[in-house]
Ligand binder design. Structure first.
Ligand code: FRU
Length: 719
């Protein structure tokens, strides 16, 4: 009996012991530097000031990544100051010391050291030694079990002057475990998607997907440590049936994000796809993540291809990848998934695409013509491409853009200068060669030629615009005998001029194109069939909402024409006629004469509109339309159309102002006087504010014609 009790007791005790030893001991805080002074710590010299800094110090780059309100920052007095900060002795009772560190990387001179018997036995430094870099603090740790139960001290050293001659540190804790570590997981690919949780502003983590030692994907993600803001996805289709490894480093011990990554047949949150409150309903936006520039706009066999600068894994810019969508009518888009992923030469920046009709590159395999894309490798923008520069490369598709192969001889154009980028390809028929216009930094564009898209010869260079060049020819007033070459950059500002296949000669100064606040980096479609003949442009629509799982959109496609005006030939922009396929209820209003008053347009609903308005100027000083809370006003005296803080010169046409307005959840695109003025505006539409109102102030105006079409969504339910 006694024996039984003893055995039982022993068993219970053993169980208690086992559970206890499996459970980590509580952390022991050493110092969090939240007080105004250093307390028992001893500061020598001036660099550490009289106490912990409240974040960034004067003339310092933004310091972040520390915990609480204060940290140790030896930038008091700038990089020139030096000093030492030493802790009182304390006993080591856990096998790890964790802490946050940033700043200079000059060995012991900018370091945090562990002293045992007064001598450094462990040291850590910040990451930076050269101009540039970042002041962000990151977790690091020391394994210190050999000094268990011994008295030790911490010491911070700033003996360095000049670049990165300072050290930042915070939040020292003794612990049973490292706070950050490398993590791996085996992924047996059985489902279509890998869903990943994102929390905006969570610390960014590098994540890799590997097959054996082969790196397949690498990206940076604000991995949600707990409850995510939204989920992003990675399409696993190309890896079906394989066993891959998911890897990440610097994952905090209490970060649940890495484990939460899951395989699934569906995109998490997909039930509300395209029905989210602030989802543009007839503008393209990506299912998930960020978009900026449209890329590779090309038409082939009944499909308009829209590639775009995509961050598939976050709400902000990053991880530049070419997203891809197609449309048969420029209105309804189908997102096909990412076409070009970052690799060891860099992330994939902007570029263009063409149909290689004559198989000049030799990529064609069957009857299907090859689509060739030219893009920029932004070297050194991911870990994979460390030390690489910005170069130009090509990729091709033999299956109507469904899959893409990067050319094995990439890059096709080596690094020239700085961030040289954004190759725009065109076929120059008279010279029978390809032309690439390339942004060369400092507002310069370079012109290169090739007969096979693989080897390029430099022809000329001109002072012109910033980023994202575009070059094409347009007839003046539909007269195919008089043609002009248009060259423009990302802002849309353009030249009219001549181009002989090698050199561009502008007619005069740069001309303004758009007057809005949400237009950038536009491109026009290549290979539109001659029987259509339109020059169709899509621009990045710079508008978004922080609560959405996506950010930014594309502006509605516009047709560009060159028309004679009193000032010479000018570009006009007009929404493509295909928008009519979304027209629903039509509201035609009788002539309205307004004298210093406003009138609400009744019975209109939905917040998605295509509006055509003509108003004859009477004596009104200001007249216009209020669209979902956004006033669009013509100022008669100034001869200006104004919206938000944007202004465009505008003259009444035979005494009247003509407006065409496209209204969606995140934007109002304004076209005045047949497209002479193009003013795309970012405007967040609230559910409570979908009304329309016309007004005249300080006199009279007559709204002689006013038609509102309510628009259907371009997205199908359940998509
Ligand atoms: C324009 C731009 C391009 C570059 C791309 C990167 O918005 O800066 O010059 O290729 O975005 O996303």
């Amino acid at each position: 009996m006694r024996n039984t009790i003893a055995i039982l007791l022993f068993g219970v005790l053993a169980a208690v012991l086992v559970t206890h030893s499996a459970k980590a001991n509580p952390d022991i805080p050493i110092e969090d530097f939240e007080k105004v002074d250093y307390g028992d710590w001893e500061a020598e010299g001036t660099a550490f000031g009289s106490g912990p800094a409240e974040g960034t110090l004067p003339d310092q780059m933004r310091v972040d990544g520390f915990r609480g309100k204060r940290l140790v920052n030896s930038y008091f007095g700038g990089d020139g100051a030096t000093g030492v900060l030493t802790s009182p002795p304390f006993k080591l009772e856990r096998p790890y010391i964790n802490f946050l560190i940033g700043g200079g990387g000059h060995g012991l001179n900018t370091s945090v050291a562990l002293l045992y018997e007064g001598k450094p036995v462990r040291i850590a430094t910040g990451p930076n030694t050269e101009p540039g870099g970042r002041e962000t603090l990151k977790w690091t740790h020391w394994e210190v079990s050999e000094f268990m139960d011994k008295e030790v001290q911490l010491q911070m050293n700033d003996q360095q002057t000049g670049t990165w001659g300072h050290i930042n540190a915070d939040h020292f804790v003794q612990s049973d475990q490292p706070y950050v570590s490398e993590k791996t997981r085996a992924i047996e690919v059985q489902h279509r998607y890998l869903n990943l949780p994102v929390k905006n502003d969570a610390p960014k983590k590098w994540v890799r997907l590997l097959e054996g030692d082969t790196l397949l994907r690498e990206f940076e993600i604000e991995l949600a440590p707990g409850e995510p803001d939204f989920w992003v996805f990675l399409d696993l289709t190309p890896f079906m049936g394989k066993t891959l490894t998911l890897w990440a480093d610097e994952i905090e011990h209490d970060n649940k994000g890495f484990e939460a990554i899951e395989q699934a047949e569906e995109i998490r949150g997909g039930e509300t796809m395209y029905r989210e409150q602030y989802r543009p309903q007839f503008h393209f936006s990506s299912k998930r993540g960020w978009n900026n520039d449209p890329n590779g706009l090309v038409y082939y066999k009944g499909e308009y291809h829209l590639f775009y600068q995509h961050n598939p894994y976050g709400w902000n810019w990053g991880n530049m990848t070419w997203g891809h969508a197609v449309s048969k009518d420029l209105v309804h888009w189908e997102e096909l998934g990412d076409a070009l992923h970052p690799d060891g030469l860099g992330t994939i920046f902007s570029g263009s695409a063409v149909v290689d009709e004559q198989n000049t590159a030799g990529f064609q395999q069957g009857d299907e013509k090859t689509l060739v894309a030219a893009y920029t490798y932004a070297g050194d923008t991911n870990r994979w491409s460390e030390g690489q520069k910005f170069t130009q490369a090509i990729a091709f598709s033999n299956d109507r853009g469904r899959t893409w192969t990067k050319y094995e001889g990439n890059p096709v154009l080596g690094h020239i200068v700085g961030g040289n980028r954004d190759p725009k390809l065109i076929w120059h028929e008279p010279s029978k060669h390809w032309v690439m216009v390339l942004y060369l930094d400092e507002h310069r564009m370079g012109i290169f030629t090739s007969t096979d898209l693989k080897s390029w010869e430099r022809q000329s260079e001109l002072e012109s615009f910033y980023e994202c060049p575009e070059l094409f020819q347009l007839p003046v007033d539909d007269n195919s005998d008089t043609r002009k070459w248009i060259l423009y950059g990302a802002s849309g500002e353009y030249f009219t001029g001549e181009f002989d296949g090698r050199t561009y000669t502008p007619d005069g100064d740069a001309l303004p194109f758009n007057y809005g606040n949400c237009f950038y980096a536009s491109q026009t479609f290549s290979d539109i069939p001659p029987e259509d003949g339109r020059r169709i442009q899509i621009a990045w629509g710079r508008t978004g909402h922080p609560d959405m799982p996506f950010n930014q959109m594309m502006n509605f496609p516009v047709e560009l024409t060159l028309r004679t005006t009193e000032s010479g030939p000018r570009l006009f922009a007009w929404p493509v006629h295909e928008i009519a396929s979304l027209h629903q209820k039509e509201h035609v209003f009788p002539v309205m004469e307004l004298a210093d008053t406003s009138r609400t347009l009744e019975n209109i609903a939905g917040g998605l509109y295509d509006i055509t308005a003509v108003f004859e100027m009477g004596s009104a000083e200001e007249s216009g339309i209020m669209v979902c809370g956004l006033p669009i006003t013509f100022y008669a005296k100034a001869g200006e159309l104004r919206c938000g803080d944007k202004t465009a010169p505008l003259k009444p046409d035979s005494g009247a102002i003509h407006l065409r307005l496209l209204v969606d959840r995140l934007s109002v695109e304004i076209f005045a006087n047949e497209g002479r003025v193009y003013m795309p505006m970012s405007h967040i539409q609230e559910e409570t504010d979908t009304g329309l109102e016309v007004f005249a102030k300080g006199g009279t105006a007559t709204f002689s014609s006013l038609t509102v079409h309510e628009l259907a969504s371009a997205w199908k339910t359940g998509e």
